[in-house]
Each structure stands twice: as structure tokens, then as C-alpha cells.
Design a protein around this ligand. Structure first.
Ligand code: PXL
Length: 268
């Protein structure tokens, strides 16, 4: 049998199954990578209005989960998702050093679909000053990129390029900024900056698709690729293909939300 690669997600649970560690595990599985989780928060949606209620896991419990993997098993790559407090961000940064974790993907979750302001400002500030420097890859959306890059807005491809360069100066090795559906105009772009050159993938905005969890799944796919030893450029390309199929085949869950179809690539 071929070698089995492993990845750890330090992330929250999205009970509805489309984002968070649910998206991460589904993505890891589709990419042939064994998934593990250190759970940070539980998000439960209110059935009456789909407001997201966040129930944090205590810090010590999260620390124990990271030790299980960091010291007890080992991992080929890891990603972060929703980290609800500055103390947790600092503990994750310390764990990366303590367990010599490699192939670090930081998804700086600061906003959620429908909430366009930074959810926990002190956690966002800690991500910027304490965690970004450990990122082999960081995957902000345009709102998160504007925050990290100290820019008023990131709305054009030129803005995205500027933000990439600024975030690189914070210490992240590779930056992937996804314009996402917030981008004005008919197209969306995903931009990779490797510290030297830009790779720009332009995509048509699809109508009638559900993209909840797209950010989580995107960064999980990059993580899985790095776990398998792929270089960042191949990881970026492979992730584009995976995401295209998952979004094209996305489906409705209720009147508020839907999900990507993580298994679409093997469905043919
Ligand atoms: O998509 C951001 C996100 C990340 N993690 C969890 C979430 C969400 C959005 O709902 O619930 C756990």
C-alpha cells in the first residue's frame, strides 16, 4: 500500500456540515489524506433565523487535543480555522514551535458568510502579530486580507496584489487571496503570491450555487496537497480543480444555506 499522509485541522465545528472542521475532514478524505481535529468552538445555527451561536471549547481541552496529535501521532500538515480568542491563537503559535509542526496553512477566519465585520477583534489582532509569521500558506478572503494588510479595501486585482505583498512582509511564505463572490463584476480571481511571482486564476462567477464553507474547503485542499508533498503551485492548481467541481455541484440545505458537494470530483 502507498504511504498514508495525515493532516490536522485546528478548527470549529459547523453543525450544519458545510464549513469548519466538517468541511476540512470531507476535503481531506476526498484528497486521500487522513484527517484529525482539535476542536476549538461549536457553532450552532438558530433554526428560526440562522444566526450563528458560538460555543467555545475551553483552552486546556484544545491544548490536550493538539498534544494528542503533536506529541502522540505526528502530522504531515496542519491548518487553522476558527480560533475564537487571542489566548487560543497564542497557544496554537506556541504548539507549532513545541511540536515542530510543518506545512502550516493559516485560514485566518475573521468573518463568516453574511457577517462582514471582524468577529473577534482581539483574536484577529493576535493572528496578525503572532500566527501569520508561521504560515507556509495563508488563505484570507478579501476582507481578511484588507485587515492583515492594513488597507481600507481590497476590491480589485491590483488591491489583491498589494495585499499579498504586504502580508508577505508579515512573514507568511505564500499568500493565496480568494476574491470570492464579494468581488464586483462577472469574474472572480484566486491569486497566489509565492514571495516572488503572482499566479492569477480567473473564474466565471457561477449563478445559483451555494458557497458556504468554500474558504474552509479551499484551505483544507491546499493543506491536503502539502501533506502529500506537493509544491505550492501544484497544490494551488489541484485545489482549483477540486473547488470548481465542488461548487458546480453544490446543493441547498434549507432556505438559508447550502453546501459544496465535496465528493463531486469522484462522482463521474
Ligand atoms: O466559514 C467560516 C467558518 C469557519 N468555521 C466554522 C464556521 C464558519 C462559518 O459558519 O461555522 C466552525
Amino acid at each position: 500500500m502507498s504511504k498514508k499522509f495525515k493532516a490536522l485541522s485546528i478548527a470549529g465545528s459547523d453543525t450544519s456540515g458545510s464549513a469548519g472542521m466538517e468541511a476540512d475532514l470531507k476535503t481531506f478524505e476526498e484528497m486521500g489524506v487522513y484527517g484529525m481535529v482539535a476542536l476549538t468552538v461549536i457553532v450552532a445555527q438558530n433554526p428560526a433565523n440562522w444566526a450563528h451561536d458560538i460555543f467555545p471549547i475551553d483552552l486546556h481541552t484544545i491544548e490536550r487535543q493538539i498534544a494528542t496529535v503533536g506529541s502522540g501521532i505526528g502530522t504531515d500538515a496542519m491548518k487553522t480555522g476558527m480560533l475564537g480568542s487571542a489566548a487560543l491563537v497564542e497557544m496554537v503559535a506556541a504548539s507549532i514551535q513545541k511540536y515542530h509542526l510543518k506545512n502550516i496553512v493559516i485560514d485566518p477566519v475573521m468573518v463568516c458568510k453574511g457577517i462582514d465585520t471582524i468577529m473577534v477583534p482581539e483574536a484577529a489582532a493576535a493572528i496578525k502579530t503572532k500566527l501569520v509569521k508561521y504560515a507556509d500558506v495563508i488563505t484570507p478572503n478579501t476582507l481578511e486580507a484588507a485587515y492583515l494588510a492594513d488597507m481600507d479595501k481590497v476590491e480589485t486585482v491590483d488591491d489583491i496584489k498589494e495585499a499579498c505583498q504586504r502580508i508577505h512582509k508579515l512573514g507568511a511564505k505564500n499568500i493565496v487571496i480568494k476574491s470570492g463572490s464579494r468581488f464586483t463584476g462577472g469574474n472572480m480571481v484566486d491569486v497566489l503570491f509565492d514571495g516572488t511571482a503572482f499566479t492569477i486564476e480567473e473564474k466565471t462567477k457561477l449563478d445559483n450555487v451555494y458557497n458556504s464553507g468554500a474558504g474552509c474547503s479551499f484551505s483544507a485542499a491546499i493543506t491536503a496537497c502539502l501533506a502529500k508533498g506537493l509544491d505550492i503551485h501544484t497544490a494551488f492548481k489541484t485545489t482549483q480543480k477540486f473547488m470548481q467541481k465542488a461548487v458546480e455541484n453544490s446543493f441547498k440545505l434549507n432556505k438559508y444555506t447550502g453546501s459544496l458537494c465535496h465528493w463531486a470530483s469522484r462522482q463521474q
